[in-house]
Structures are given as structure tokens and as C-alpha cells.
Design a protein around this ligand. Sequence first.
Ligand code: PLP
Length: 451
Amino acid sequence: MWQKVIIIPLQFSVWVQEASMSLENKEDLRYNVLFYGPQPMISGQRASNRFSGDDTMGNKEIADMANTCLSPNYTRQPIALVKGKGAFVWDADGKKYLDFVSGVAVTNLGHCNTIVNKAAQKQMIKLGHTSNLYYTEAQTSYAKALLAKLHPGRLFFCNSGAEAVEAALKLARLYSSEKYDKNRLEVIAFERAFHGRTMGALSLTYNKKYKHGFGPMLPGVKHVPYENLGAVEKAITSKTCAVIIEPAQGEAGVFVPEIGFIQKLAKLCASKNLTLIFDEVQTGFGRTGKLFAYEHFGVKPNIITMAKSMANGFPMGAMFADEERAKYLVPGSHATTFGGGAPACAAAAATLEILSKADTLANVRKLGKYMVIKLTGMKATHKMIREVRGIGLLVAVELSTPGSSIVRRCAESGLLVNCVNDNTIRLMPPLIIKKAEVDKALNILGKALAK
Ligand SMILES: Cc1ncc(COP(=O)(O)O)c(C=O)c1O
């Protein structure tokens, strides 16, 4: 205690002396103070560790504290996660879980993937954030690698799914108003669609619950039933500029469209000069068994939005646009400070490399099918299973009863799943999941359903 009291003023006097030596240069003064500033924290080291993730608190302590200081907009499980590896996470009380949520389809290569983490670390040590006022090798080389997997076009990097959707919406409008007519700005979206929570994305999202109190929404958005081509045709007017669709509706509870519908939709959009936007925020980067879900349908969307698992957990998003449209984004038309930061791009590049060369995608197709078959088989013994739907490792079990108690029971037995739409259990294991782990998860789920 004595020492602390003495050390701080002494240290402080050292700063003042050092700073005053170069007073003719104010920049130096600020540099010195900033440089030495954190040192007195040594006296408060224990407290600082305790509140910065050194695992000194239990689940309840963390949850109780969180509930006094975080905005109350999430329904959280009473679980505080402290560690993750592969398909597993551990909570603050030391309990281990099989993770079939994967950070909501984000940690597709498993938690703390060594290769991805090393790539990001290496970049962090060399160069972190720079802004988009300059080029970086990390961003450029990742863009080139990702474009090699897509049809000809350009990439705009951002930080989240909603941001990618906003960029897509803006570009579709810009292209249409400049190329065709300044009033040609309307967008067709689908019932049950989820495209994010920012105002433009929210306007494209269907669920009224998410919009409550936030209106008015963006004008000119029409929602039509999913997989209903006639409804799309009917909704198109001379003012329509784009159609936005999820190639499988994830948040709605995993609805997978017929190949024929998507192909006809693409043809219809091309014939009417409408921009076809595929929102692949949830389906992208291997989740459905192809790198992107659009590949299942043999179509080439004009714009593709992506995020979530792009960098296996580093916040990262992107909008791909074909050459015809991308050129309308002239300097100053759109921007973001953080988008495409070098560390995120390094993580994304490592993620893409793993997804590209490994048999990961084959594993997704094989185990995804296996899960759907097994779960469908469980219908005979678990009458509350209404329907099982899936594409790759994006799988849903629709129940005839609310799903929240099932989620809780699964967690109690060491399996993390989440519930969408009140009655649908969504299963999204990492793409590197093993058959034995799938069996274990389905066993836990079966017991939770039986209680
Ligand atoms: C299809 C789709 N689009 C957009 C979003 C929004 O992404 P974010 O939460 O990163 O803003 C989501 C999120 O779940 C999504 O599933």
C-alpha cells in the first residue's frame, strides 16, 4: 500500500520531467504521457484482471453484473462462456458444451481455429487498422482469392451482415436510378425474410416483431410469399429495381427453395433488368455444403451479401457486385472506416484457404444429410417434431410446442442449440464436426424432447 502511494507520484514526476525536456514540441509531450499513462494501473492490477476476462467470476456473477450494465435487448442463457476449442465451449463454472450454435453460424471452422488465429495474430503484429484511404496487401490478396471463387465482379468490404445488405440496397438503387430512371427504386423481398436490423435491412426483413416501434420503414419494399414466382411477377412494376432473397431462409427456421424456383426467378430478373441480390450472410462460406449456396442452383446473382463466418469470428462482411453494377460505386459514394481491415482480411484469407482445400465441404454435405435422416427418424418416437428441414449443416427441427424449454434442457445436458420462431430448434454445428459428435448431440436433443 505504502509503495503504491509513493510509486504513483514518483512515476508521475518522471513523466513531467521527461515531458518538459521536449516541451518545444507539443506532440512529444502528448506522446510521453500516452506512452507512460497505463503504468500506474499496476497498483490496481488485481481489479483490472478481474474485470477483463481472467476467469475469476462464475456464470451467475457474470450474468448478474452483465444485467446491470448491458442493454437488455437479448434473451441470454444463464451461461457465461470463457473458452472454446473446435466444436466445444466451456462456461465460467467449468462446464463443457458441444456447440451447435457456432456463434450463430460464425465459427464454421470451430472455436479458436489455430491457423486462422495465427494468421490474424501475425497480421496484428505487423499492421493493424489503416482505414480505406490506403491499400493493404492483406485486403488486396484476400479480395483476389475470394473473387477467384466467384464470377467476375468486385468486392466492397464491411463489418457485418446488415452493413453488407445496406451496401447491396444502396448499389441496387444507385444502378437502377442512374441507368434506367431516377424513380426506379422499389425492391421485392420475401415473406419470412431476415436481412438484418439497420433501417434499410430492417425494411427488407419481414417479421413485424422486429420492426415494432422503429417505423416508418423504407418506402418501396414489397414482401411476397417465398417460392411463389407468380407473386413476384405480379409485384414487379416499372419502379422495381431489385429482388433480394436468401437462398435458404435461416432465421425463419431453415426453408430451402426448389432449384426450379430460383432458376426461374433469376431468368425473370434478367429479363426485366432487375438486380438479383442473394443474401448469403448465413448460408455463405460452406454452411450449406457449397462455398456459397447460390452454387446449388446454377445461377449467378448480380449482388451477393456475406458476413458471419467469413473470417471465422473476426467481424467481417462484404458485398460482391458484378462488374456491370460495381462500377457505379464511384469514389465517395459509399464507405466504411473499419471495413476490410488487414487483421480481419488475414483471418478471412486463412478461413477461405481451409474451406477451399479441405474435405470440409464434403463433410458438411455428408453429415448434414445424416442429421436430417436421423432427426426425421426421431419423428416416430417424438410426436412433437412437426418437420425437419435442412441444407448442409443448417438444420431445423420444427416443433408443435415452444422450443425454449428444449434449448434449456439441452444446455443442462451439455449441448448448445438455439430456437428461432418460438418453436423451431436450429442446429448449426461447426463444419468440422465429427459423426460421433453429431450422434452425441442428437442423443441429448432426443432426451430433451422426451422429458
Ligand atoms: C440472411 C441474413 N442477412 C443478414 C443478417 C444480419 O447480419 P448481422 O447480424 O451480421 O448484421 C443475418 C443475421 O442473422 C442473416 O441471417
